[in-house]
Ligand binder design. Structure first.
Ligand code: NAD
Length: 488
């Protein structure tokens, strides 16, 4: 966990704000520390930006939008995005290490994630010069020639969580840059460093000053200053549903556009005919990757009653064998929970599960050998209406329960206010497609889990969000449509 106290005598890496292409201190001069959740030690000192700094960053983004960047053609933006992609790949190792230090995620996972990140900028570079309006046939009598123009929304405020800062920023940044917008980013106080370094890399790769600005800050007031700022035209937020609702209220009060990517409680539906070894592997990867701290975690296992014992035993065995430890070591399979408040929250949910009568079949406790913020990979068998089934834990916890027929499986899968993702495990092609169609979620995997791609839309139904990131349509989230009538 970071805190606002400074640690005397320690040699911390320092990160300023990034505004107008320059690294600057917060106007107040204040700083805060970021703590490595594996070592428990502070490792970085960051500028503690406030409302005044958000003002500066928004003004810088506005000047770039109305100046050099606004005058840059889509063809030129595409070229810059391709250079950005190459620069990210070149810097992937360094950026990945910053994320590992900030959040305790596995180096091998972050290395892979960062190496793949350039693909988003390459994909959206292909759209930057194809933002075409259309001519519109007029209703009779034909007195007008009509056509539409696609224009950038303007300055976008991006607010991101701690669990994959650069990936989740990229879901916003690649399409908004393709659209011709500019950005002010407020990364999470729990994992802020990589975003500052990233902005520097993109600037050096050719992104003009002011197009991408970063304001880090310890208190929620920094995010509030951005989400309520009247100089912002759109907000793109990833984080919890409660915070997303606050951001949406602030956006609406300024009649701003908003995209929300929020929480989830995604189901893994396993039918009796499924390949149970493949399903066990997929469920384990689906829920335990990144120590369960992913929005798309497949945290509910809904399994046919006839194979429940066999499947749960396979999953529990795999969970028990997961190697926990130093996130930078090549053979570590699970790191710590990312920060102290999140760790307390996970342990609280395990207490609640026990008190509500859940059967713990794997884990369920802290990993005492490692201490710190390590929770053992946990599998519980629980009632469908229990808290551990209903609420997002955002930790390494799988809750399992059973169904007897397809209708019940679908009803249980959809019995959630969320709708981010889900999976169907079966060898029957008819069941697979039918149930994929019946699950109310933005992404459904069949005999797979966790794939995301620049060209496939990602987002949530219900309380999991508003709008879509990724996919060609994502660029429309950052465009206005203008109608032009020409008298004939
Ligand atoms: P959070 O909601 O606590 O914080 C997200 C961001 O909002 C942070 O930068 C935070 O500083 C900022 N913030 C906090 N209060 C604010 C306010 N009042 N106004 C403006 N900004 C404010 O979320 P978190 O704990 O960082 O992340 C975990 C949550 O994110 C989980 O619920 C998870 O499911 C969700 N998430 C969703 C996706 C997705 O794509 N759907 C991806 C990753 C994480």
């Amino acid at each position: 966990m970071a805190d606002t106290q400074s640690t005397p005598g320690t040699d911390l890496e320092t990160f300023g704000l990034f505004i107008g292409g320059e690294t600057v201190d917060a106007a107040s001069g204040a700083t805060f520390e970021s703590t490595n959740p594996y070592t428990g030690q502070p490792w970085a000192r960051l500028a503690d930006g406030g409302a005044e700094d958000v003002d500066r960053a928004v003004a810088s983004a506005r000047a770039a939008f109305e100046g050099e960047w606004g005058a840059t053609s889509g063809f030129e933006r595409a070229r810059i995005l391709r250079d950005v992609a190459a620069a990210i790949t070149e810097n992937a190792e360094r950026l990945a290490l910053l994320e590992v230090r900030d959040s305790g995620k596995l180096m091998r996972e972050m290395r892979g994630q960062l190496k793949g990140l350039g693909n988003w900028y390459l994909y959206f570079s292909g759209l930057a010069d194809k933002l075409e309006g259309k001519t519109v046939p007029q209703l009779a009598p034909q007195t007008y020639f009509g056509y539409t123009l696609k224009e950038p929304v303007g300055v976008v405020g991006c607010i991101t969580p701690w669990n994959s800062p650069l990936l989740l920023l990229t879901f916003k940044l690649a399409p908004l840059l393709a659209a011709g917008c500019t950005a002010v980013v407020k990364p999470s106080e729990h994992a802020p460093a990589s975003t500052v370094a990233f902005a520097q890399v993109l600037h050096e790769a050719g992104l003009p000053a002011g197009v991408l600005n970063v304001v880090t800050g310890w208190s929620r007031e920094t995010g509030e200053a951005l989400s309520s700022h009247t100089g912002v035209d759109k907000l793109a937020f990833t984080g919890s549903t409660a915070t997303g609702a606050a951001v949406a209220r602030a956006a609406v009060s300024n009649i701003n556009r908003v995209t929300l990517e929020l929480g989830g409680k995604s189901p893994q539906v396993v039918f009796a005919d499924a390949d149970l070894d493949a399903a066990a592997n997929g469920v384990v990867a689906g829920v335990f990757a990144a120590t369960g701290q992913t929005c798309m975690a497949g945290s509910r296992l809904i399994v046919h009653e006839s194979v429940k014992d066999e499947l749960v035993a396979k999953i529990a065995e795999r969970a028990d064998s997961i190697v926990q430890g130093d996130p930078t070591e090549a053979d570590t399979e699970m790191g710590p929970v990312a920060n102290r408040p999140q760790y307390e929250k996970v342990m609280g949910y395990l207490d609640t599960a026990r008190s509500e009568g859940a059967e713990i079949v794997a884990g369920g406790v802290a990993n005492d050998e490692l201490g710190g913020l390590f929770v053992k990979p946990t599998v519980v068998v629980a009632a469908p209406d229990s808290t551990i089934v209903k609420e997002e834990v955002f930790g390494p916890v799988l809750a399992a329960y059973t169904f007897t027929d397809e209708d019940e499986a679908v009803r249980l899968a959809n019995d959630t206010p969320y709708g981010l993702a889900g999976a169907v495990w079966t060898k029957d092609v008819h069941t697979a497609h039918r149930v994929a169609g019946r699950i109310r979620a933005g992404t459904v995997w069949i005999n797979a889990y966790r794939a995301v791609a620049p060209n496939m839309p990602f987002g949530g139904y219900g309380m999991s969000g508003i709008g879509r990131e990724n996919g060609a349509d994502a660029v429309n989230e950052y465009l206005e449509t203008k109608s032009v009538f020409v008298e004939l």
